[in-house]
Design a protein around this ligand. Structure first.
Ligand SMILES: NC(=O)c1ccc[n+]([C@@H]2O[C@H](COP(=O)([O-])OP(=O)(O)OC[C@H]3O[C@@H](n4cnc5c(N)ncnc54)[C@H](O)[C@@H]3O)[C@@H](O)[C@H]2O)c1
Ligand SMILES: [Fe+2]
Length: 384
């Protein structure tokens, strides 16, 4: 079987990545719409970018109307600003939320109809050039053909895709992430870990995505705890931005599976941040997937050095999942209850959540196919 492998056109990494990106930005246009959130303005990250643009004679307009988990409404506002101000390319700077919003705004400049029309379809028309500058080490959106936008009318987190959504340029600079508070570092780092583990154990895994998934897992196991405990540790931050990028490349060319499928409905209905809802589900979902199909989990345990010595598949898979569970506890991932989710409301939405999880398509890539009943059982286990 043949496999296609897609990455952004250009990727700049390292401590001075942003400062050195001027010439690459200049190739893409002369007026940028900067899509971001207010936190990025207050941390000074936006100013670093605007200074660089000014130094390179690139004009810009700042649209800082994105909040966490971007919505169709925010995307519409961004499109309006882009068109009214005659920009000719887009830069998303921030966590996954501003980057995803930037991709969706770009896509709807050149694709007709409404964003919601593209759920389950492919965005085909190339948008203006897209530049992604992540400030969290998590989503890997800088290297993916996906954007996740909440449809506020139907309370669904839409997964939209198209190879044209891959950025022309990704600028991956650890310095931009040092201000991320521990909770954001934990949530986003565990999102990256979920991407890597799901990519490796997906039915769609391929030889090249495996390489990136293993490397991402190794870096995360070695450095996420340090980045969480000491956000100023630039080496740990650098390892984590690389891991998030690698994990993004891995799942972009393989897929995510049951965890992401089940995580989006929790985010849509109860507004739990993406990385946290993944982390809440991670151990239970992986135990489900590995039961009866432990080989790929065992291989990953060996490849990352978690298994230590050659072990039977079940034992090696168990070691990997134990290690992941330990990391989630070290990073103080809350339970649904501790996060403040209403148990009764959760219970009465189980059927919708399981249905929405399956409709997203992600659970079908799991190495062990889950049924709707299996998904409901896992959701219930989160309240034990
Ligand atoms: N497109 C993809 O491939 C993909 C993959 C996974 C997740 N996602 C989506 O990405 C979104 C989540 O992105 P995220 O987890 O990066 O969070 P986010 O962008 O929502 O940011 C979380 C919070 O951290 C703050 N923040 C970000 N960087 C900071 C920094 N350097 N210093 C201080 N504060 C900082 C933000 O302002 C925000 O308040 C979700 O909507 C999720 O569904 C997309
Ligand atoms: Fe994710």
């Amino acid at each position: 079987m043949a496999n296609l492998f897609l990455v952004p056109k250009k990727i700049v990494t390292g401590k001075d990545a942003l400062e050195s990106a001027g010439p690459y930005l200049k190739e893409l246009g002369d007026k940028a719409l900067i899509v971001t959130d207010r936190v990025m303005v207050s941390t000074g990250n936006v100013e670093k970018l605007t200074t660089l643009l000014t130094d390179n004679n690139i004009r810009y307009v700042v649209f800082d109307g994105i909040h966490t988990e971007p919505t169709t409404e925010m995307v519409s506002q961004g499109i309006e600003v882009y068109q009214e101000t005659n920009c000719n390319f887009l830069i998303g700077i921030g966590g996954g939320s501003p980057i995803d919003a930037m991709k969706a705004i770009g896509a709807m400049i050149t694709n007709t109809g409404k964003l919601t029309d593209y759920m389950g379809k492919e965005l085909k028309n190339p948008p203006p050039p897209l530049v992604a500058i992540p400030t969290t080490a998590g989503t890997g959106s800088e290297a993916t053909q996906f954007t996740i936008i909440s449809d506020i009318e139907n309370h669904v987190k839409m997964l939209l895709k198209g190879a044209v959504l891959l950025p022309s340029l990704a600028v991956v600079d650890p310095v931009l992430t040092v201000t991320a508070p521990p909770k954001v570092t934990a949530a986003t780092g565990l999102d990256a870990l979920t991407h890597a583990v799901e990519a490796y154990t997906s039915r769609k895994a391929q030889a090249l995505s495996d390489i990136f998934a293993v490397s991402a897992c190794k870096r995360i196991f070695a450095h996420l705890k340090t980045a969480y405990q000491n956000g100023q540790d630039l080496e740990a931050r650098n390892q984590m931005v690389l891991a998030a990028l690698e994990a993004g490349i891995a799942f972009n060319n393989s897929s995510v599976t049951i965890v992401h499928g089940m995580s989006r409905p929790i985010g849509a209905l109860f507004h739990v941040p993406h990385g946290i809802s993944n982390a809440m589900l991670l151990e239970e979902c992986l135990r489900f997937a590995a039961a009866g199909a432990p080989e790929r989990f065992a291989e990953l345990a060996q490849a990352t050095g978690i298994a230590g010595e050659p072990l039977p598949y079940e034992a090696a898979a168990g070691k990997l999942i134990d290690e992941i569970g330990r990391l989630c506890r070290d990073l103080e991932v809350p339970s649904l209850e501790a996060y403040g989710v209403d148990r009764t409301a959760f219970g009465s939405n189980l059927d919708k959540m399981a249905g929405d999880a399956l409709i997203s398509g992600s659970p079908n890539h799991t190495i062990r196919q889950p049924s709707k009943e299996d998904i409901i059982t896992i959701y219930k286990k989160l309240w034990k």
